[in-house]
Design a binder for this molecule. Sequence first.
Ligand SMILES: *Cc1c(COP(=O)(O)O)cnc(C)c1O
Length: 400
Amino acid sequence: MPNVYERLGVRPIINASGPSTRLSGAIMPPEVAEAMREATQYCVDIAELQARAGQIIAEITGAESGYVTSGAAAGLLLGTAACVTGLDPGRMNRLPDTTGMKNEVIIGRSQRNFYDHAVRSVGIKLVEVGIADRYSGAGVRDTEAWEIADAITPQTAAVFYVAYPHSLPSLKQVVEVAHAAGVPVLVDAAGQLPPASNLKRFIAEGADLVSFSGGKAIRGPQSSGILCGRRDLISAVALQHLDLDILWEQWNPPPSLIDKSRLPGAPQHGIGRPCKVGKEQIIGLITALRLFVAEDPEARRKRWLGLMEALVAAAQGLPHAEVTLSVDRRRPETPGVQLKLNEEAAGMTALDLVRRLQDGNPGIHAGPGRVSEGIVTFGPMCLKEGEPELIGKRLRELLK
Ligand SMILES: *Cc1c(COP(=O)(O)O)cnc(C)c1O
């Protein structure tokens, strides 16, 4: 029986790369899909649902407050907007025109990436600091905390920090200099799960807002995310995200999310309104998040390790290639597999191999991040039982 994609003439793929948006995110646990199905059968007040979801996110992250976004990138847009406007509805209405507002966001130069489009779209200017000597090989340093402190002016709305295990300076150092000047720190932690402990870590290190993807390791809806942090900032997020097509007299927002008594009036639909989040996404995200934190990390690691060991076994004895398990010391919970190709003997490059895997039927998507070294990488997060064997078989056909 063809599945829902095949009935449309769309071919499902084997995703040995990971839960990227381009490859349709993660595979949702059945409990999450079922909760979403149930959610579709009722109508609720979406602000009340967000407020309740926010409390659950706050409990799980240790933050004062939380919010469900349509993805980590949306969370960066919303978080930046909150840092620029605070709780001022006039400013909210004027965005992305930031005239007269704090409209600079500082970032370490080595952390620039194209997701910062979400930050820039609020109408701010990104101020890059530091030189990433250590990447060019011409030196040993990256951006340093004093350089961030040095760039802070009365126009600074926030410091933006992209969290990776290798990010420098440390978040703690960045928070220290930013808070000394009264500036909030917004963290992109989209893909920093697992470990589940990172749900609490960045908040514990002093971040004012942290954005996670819901559609990566959490295995929630592909278009969902988590924003957690300071209550006033999350309130400013909600005000610029919720649909506010309502009379002031009639408007009764949940006090834990929005304190109406502090506002001179309600803003109109804000800059975040296009980043709409449905009730199904909120229910799906919360269900997936609870399952994610409940799963024993060791059981998760073993499940993923089992898939990667099966791939190594299925690829044993391949001509012109050495296939090994690879465990990054900084991410021990997410083991991977590396295929080191003898490009000359195989008569193809690692990039050729990636493309041929992708062009087969079913298409097999591997990681291209290290093809310049002749290495093809594989990850377990979106693989199903039985697929490592199919990948091994296909590799054997391509390399024979
Ligand atoms: C995946 C990712 C994003 C985008 O997350 P979405 O949930 O797809 O919006 C942003 N930043 C980084 C570093 C990411 O890895």
